[in-house]
Ligand binder design. Structure first.
Ligand SMILES: Cc1ncc(COP(=O)(O)O)c(C=O)c1O
Length: 392
């Protein structure tokens, strides 16, 4: 007989989803309301204003797309890019590559600025591409590349886009709430994120914000938006319609309760405090890993605190280590993607997974999995180094 599914207990320390707080899970279990119920509509307005707060923006067009981060990405491209446009796309990992795919599927030309995986996007290269291609419609880049653990200089890149009359399209799926995402300060135009990383919600929602400039570009399109579902002019009639909301699609009501609760929790903690917590947990994890004889892929200064790419030592079976962590310790870490497959582990410290307990559990589990494969390390050194930074 088919039985209810009971998920095993895990600590989620991969590239997302991160652990979800029981407050968010309980919020999602509350009774479902109609998606046009005035009580629900009031909650939607609160979600919008808390997202504005989290993105540091006054943009009126701010809402969560009903779909994962990839839907937010696609919403930015299909609403702003028309056939025949040229878009400069920065690729320094998997998700920049996915942006390029979006540009091409919109019938536009992608001018690709390549940077080595594990390094940030270089503003000089971007400037050269913008100069060489006058009339570029948009500059697209990933602020926090989850495939490598690298932060790119978002403020500088958005400023370059403005100087050259281009819009900026910025992926903040992994950055929002983990490191500063300052939409208005950067002058960013189209920014999207994901619910399942540092916001610590289940996957499936993609917060998005458009500047007035981006909203104007959408209004003055020559062609219809290719996607009916992601057409922001239709979506804003539901999300921005005040009391006169019109049906577009049936909103994922309970998922939005969850996002609301996680934004309330972020507000209670204070977003600056959340950034500090991520930074502190990263420093403790880094100290522990180094004391165990492991090293991080990314140079200091470009490292994301919430996504740590750890170099797999020679002679170690990386998949076996992940398997021991999962099956023996109930702890999930991520594998390398694309060019980094087999070469790194990706350890996430995102949202509710950025705690001393997660750092200590991960170091302990890694130590035993590595020792089992004959890796030489000094027992307890990792935990001791991390504790020196955690016990303050
Ligand atoms: C930087 C980045 N962009 C986009 C995505 C796509 O998000 P989703 O998997 O929620 O569709 C991810 C997912 O990991 C990501 O890390």
């Amino acid at each position: 007989m088919t039985k209810p599914f009971q998920p095993p207990k895990r600590l989620l320390m991969g590239p997302g989803p991160s652990d979800v707080h029981h407050r968010v899970l309980s919020a999602m279990a509350r009774p479902t309301l109609g998606h046009l119920d005035p009580a629900f509509v009031g909650m939607m307005d609160e979600v919008k204003s808390m997202l504005q707060e989290a993105f540091f923006t006054a943009n009126a067009l701010t809402l969560p797309i009903s779909g994962p981060g990839s839907a937010g990405m696609e919403a930015c491209f299909v609403n702003l890019v028309e056939p025949g446009d040229t878009v400069v796309v920065c690729v320094n990992g998997v998700f920049g590559g996915r942006m390029r795919e979006n540009v091409e599927r919109c019938g536009a030309r992608a001018v690709v600025v390549e940077n080595d995986w594990g390094t940030p996007v270089d503003p000089d290269k971007v400037e050269a591409a913008l100069k060489a291609n006058p009339g570029v419609k948009a500059l697209a880049f990933v602020h926090a590349e989850t495939s490598t653990g690298v932060e790119s200089p978002a403020g500088d890149l958005c400023a370059l886009a403005r100087e050259h009359g281009a819009l900026s399209i910025v992926d903040t799926v992994t950055s929002l709430a983990g490191i500063p995402v300052l939409v208005d300060h950067w002058g960013a135009d189209a920014v999207y994120s994901g619910s399942q990383k540092c916001l610590s919600c289940p996957p499936g929602l993609s917060p998005l914000t458009f500047s007035d400039r981006a909203a104007e570009t959408l209004k003055s399109r020559k062609t219809k938006v290719q996607s009916w579902f992601l057409d922001l002019t239709l979506l804003t009639a539901y999300w921005g319609g005040g009391a006169k909301r019109t049906y577009h699609h049936t909103a994922p009501v309970n998922a939005l309760y969850g996002l609301h609760e996680s934004l309330v929790m972020l507000h209670e903690e204070g977003i600056e405090h959340s950034w500090t917590r991520h930074a502190m947990m990263h420093q403790a994890l880094r100290a522990g890993l180094e004391a165990m004889g492991l090293s991080l892929l990314v140079a200091e200064g470009a490292r994301l605190p919430q996504l740590n790419a750890v170099v797999v030592p020679d002679g170690i079976d990386e998949a076996q280590v992940r398997s021991v962590l999962l099956t023996t310790h109930g702890l999930e870490i991520g594998a390398g993607l694309g060019a980094l497959a087999g070469k790194v582990w990706r350890i996430g410290l995102m949202g509710q997974s950025a705690t001393p307990r997660h750092v200590a559990s991960c170091l302990g589990a890694l130590e035993s999995a590595l020792a089992a494969q004959g890796f030489k390390l000094s027992a307890g050194a990792g935990a001791a180094a991390a504790n020196r930074l955690l016990l303050i």
